[in-house]
Design a protein around this ligand. Structure first.
Ligand SMILES: [Zn+2]
Ligand SMILES: [Zn+2]
Length: 243
């Protein structure tokens, strides 16, 4: 997950020109004030993957502000139940004051509704089993997108629906971006461009010391050649290409 589909970081890296565009402009990524450390989360049986992910999300400034203002639940009907009876957004709003309101600080917080609804968040998760933190974050974010679209009378996410619907989602504004893949045929110079929205990017962190350098490597030009040649529609054959 990159919290830095940031309007400040992207222009600095020149990534926009290289195909990674943040969806939202003007997102405030800073904390207004430094707060004391919040509480820890109780381990409910191999739930450390979940606790670490929830802590990161609850300390992501734009999301924390949305939760503090109850922007999700403020406009909901009484009958809002999220997806399959569970809404990650509502669950975050319930958890938020326990973590961020210093007068209500507890030493340990138990994120009960996330633990109890693991299988709603991701069908393949099994209570008591160690799961993958990245997968958890992906599913929680997609759950929040679905809930937002559902609560505003829009369809849930699927492969065919209009991207505009996703754009409207507050989660995409905070975490998402648009990835543009362009491939240039070295023979006829034809350029094929495919754009897709993303909520997370898989970056190689073994050979990079910073997120910025990992992003630079991610967007570096790659030559498709040898066994990995590109099928050019114009040349009607496999050619070497620049991706
Ligand atoms: Zn909700
Ligand atoms: Zn070609």
């Amino acid at each position: 997950m990159i919290n830095g589909t940031s309007n400040r970081m992207i222009p600095k890296l020149g990534l926009e020109a290289r195909g990674v565009t943040p969806v939202a402009d003007g997102m405030n990524l800073e904390w207004k004030e430094m707060l004391p450390s919040g509480p820890g989360f109780r381990n409910m049986g191999n739930t450390c993957f979940m606790n670490a992910s929830l802590q990161c999300l609850l300390h992501t400034p734009p999301l924390a502000r949305v939760l503090a203002q109850k922007m999700h639940s403020r406009h909901l009907s009484k009958h809002h139940k999220g997806v399959s009876g569970f809404c990650s957004f509502c669950a975050f709003e319930e958890l938020y004051p326990q973590v961020h309101n210093s007068s209500r600080y507890k030493r340990v917080v138990t994120p009960t509704s996330f633990v109890q609804n693991q299988r709603v968040i991701c069908r393949t998760f099994r209570p008591g089993r160690q799961e993958d933190a990245h997968e958890f974050v992906r599913h929680v974010l997609y759950g929040m997108v679905k809930s937002s679209l559902k609560s505003s009378g829009r369809k849930g996410m699927d492969r065919t629906h209009n991207h505009k619907d996703e754009m409207r989602s507050i989660v995409h504004n905070m975490f998402g971006g648009c990835l543009q893949n362009s491939v240039t045929c070295t023979s006829c110079k034809a350029v094929s461009v495919v754009s897709e929205l993303f909520l997370d990017l898989s970056l190689d962190i073994y050979n990079s010391n910073t997120v910025a350098s990992a992003l630079e490597k991610f967007t570096a030009v790659e030559r498709l050649d040898g066994n990995n040649k590109y099928r050019c529609d114009k040349c009607k054959s496999y050619v070497s290409a620049l991706k």
